[in-house]
Design a protein around this ligand. Structure first.
Ligand code: SAH
Ligand code: SF4
Ligand code: F3S
Length: 433
């Protein structure tokens, strides 16, 4: 009999990819996914530990399943992802209705853990096993899928930024072998995928190909029906010469780069253990723009890192003014137990709030300006799905802008030239050329 699996995913794109793979692994055990927890036989939360709020969400979500569990004692509840890795058995102590806890490096063992939970035992696995989980996961199904896909190529982080839990939850940097990735990419393309975003916590530290990430990108660009390649997230110190050059040379590599810098003050960068200065960051961007002048940049910023002064914060605003971002994510510093910065002098919540507002106002202005500057330009749009209006389709430009187009006869997966005619609050409007 088929059973129903409800997966809720938090956090980064790597969790999105992992959730897909976990659903597929449970597919082999007779589970089909369902979009609501109400009729599920198993609920799996794939969690994020990056900020306090993200981690706490897990417990409030679990609280909502109390009645479901009371009505259906056969319902199994699992916690996967980075909270699972960070808190392990503590999750079951805090919330006894949890049957199963599985870390991001051991989810190939999920079917065995589920069987253990079905047998009435608590199941826990937060190992960093020797074996490569991807080698132990079943072959991916052959079903058709949408035009864009994520593909994890690298996991873990050796950088140990002073604020960040990722090196502890995801472990050391590991790269998947290039031939396996190319095989998985070919398979995705055969199923209708035209754009692949390569994922890694430090994707540009990828070393599963002798030419590094650039080598992998060139190898993937040989796949005929693959039209677009993207990658995320990168660390400035791993932007090597070959990868910078690929932005000018590889046609399939899109002119959009997420390159987080976190802060613009050298003093804070040092305290964050970022291992680079603001000038290093500017130099990388200059080199990228020299080979690809139309490159759009995106970034991540943390405001209110311990000991951040007004002058430090002004340096961050100044860095943003110089770079001109196409989009960005920004966060108030969140104290993470066990990380070095947690022990230092904290900035008050009120100051963090005020800084975040100023920073976001500036980033929004830049984002809007770059988006408005697209009007009158011709872009390539990879169509993804129907829009809200009849006959309308929505897709993404090279620069990751959402573009709405009256596109009778165009299907998801089509790549067409479009002239941008209007810029709205969050998206562009265009006409087929
Ligand atoms: N590996 C990536 C992203 C890691 S997490 C990188 O190095 O860029 C995504 C973002 O969350 C980070 O870039 C950072 O801006 C933010 N972040 C990480 N830890 C944080 C913390 N303790 N408080 C607030 N934001 C944090
Ligand atoms: Fe976290 Fe820094 Fe590693 Fe990114 S590079 S995952 S911010 S420790
Ligand atoms: Fe969150 Fe883990 Fe990703 S902490 S951001 S889900 S690597």
């Amino acid at each position: 009999m088929t059973k129903k699996l409800y997966i809720k995913t938090y956090g980064c794109q790597m969790n999105v990819y992992d959730s897909e793979r976990m659903a597929e692994a449970m597919g082999g055990e007779g589970y089909v996914t369902t979009s609501t927890p109400d009729d599920a036989d198993m609920i799996l939360l794939n969690t994020c530990h990056i900020r306090e709020k993200a981690a706490e969400k897990v417990y409030s979500e679990l609280g909502r399943y109390k009645t479901l569990k009371a009505e259906n004692p056969d319902l199994k509840i699992g916690v996967a992802g980075c909270v699972a890795q960070a808190e392990g058995a503590e999750i079951m102590r805090r919330q006894p209705m949890v049957d199963l806890v599985v870390g991001p490096q051991s989810y190939h063992r999920l079917p065995a853990l589920e069987a253990k939970a079905r047998a009435g035992q608590k199941a826990l696995d937060t190992d960093f096993p020797e074996e490569d989980k991807f080698e132990h996961l079943k072959a991916r199904p052959k079903a058709k899928r949408g035009p864009s896909a994520f593909l994890t190529v690298q996991e873990g982080c050796d950088k140990f930024c002073a604020f960040c839990v990722v090196p502890y939850t995801r472990g050391a940097e590991v790269s998947r072998p290039a031939d396996r990735i190319v095989t998985e990419a070919r398979d995705l393309v055969a199923r209708g995928v035209r754009e692949i975003t390569l994922l890694g916590q430090n994707v540009n530290a990828y070393h599963g190909h002798e030419g590094g990430l650039a080598g992998l990108i060139y190898a993937l660009s040989d796949i005929d029906d693959l039209a677009r390649i993207r990658f995320t997230t990168s660390h400035p110190n791993d932007m090597d010469e070959a990868l910078i050059a690929a932005h000018g040379d590889c046609e399939k590599l899109m002119p959009y780069l997420h390159l987080p810098v976190q802060a613009g003050s050298d003093r804070i960068l040092k305290r964050m253990n970022r291992q680079h200065t603001r000038d290093d960051y500017f130099r990388i961007i200059d080199r990228l723009r020299a080979v690809r002048p139309d490159l759009h940049l995106s970034g991540d910023f943390i405001v209110g890192f311990p000991e951040e002064t007004d002058a430090d914060f002004e340096d961050t605003l100044d860095l943003i003014e110089r770079v001109q971002y196409g989009s960005a994510f920004s966060f108030k510093y969140s104290t993470r137990p066990g990380t070095p910065a947690a022990e230092r002098d904290q900035v008050s919540e009120a100051v963090k709030d005020e800084r975040l507002q100023r920073l976001q106002a500036l980033l929004t202005r830049q984002q809007r300006a770059l988006q408005d500057a697209m009007v009158g330009r011709d872009v390539a749009v990879l169509f993804e799905k129907p829009g809200r209006m009849p006959g309308q389709m929505v897709g993404k430009s090279e620069y990751l802008h959402a573009v709405h187009v009256e596109a009778e006869g165009v299907s998801a997966g089509d790549l067409r030239r479009v002239r941008i005619v209007e810029s709205g609050p969050n998206s562009l409007k265009g006409a087929l050329i």
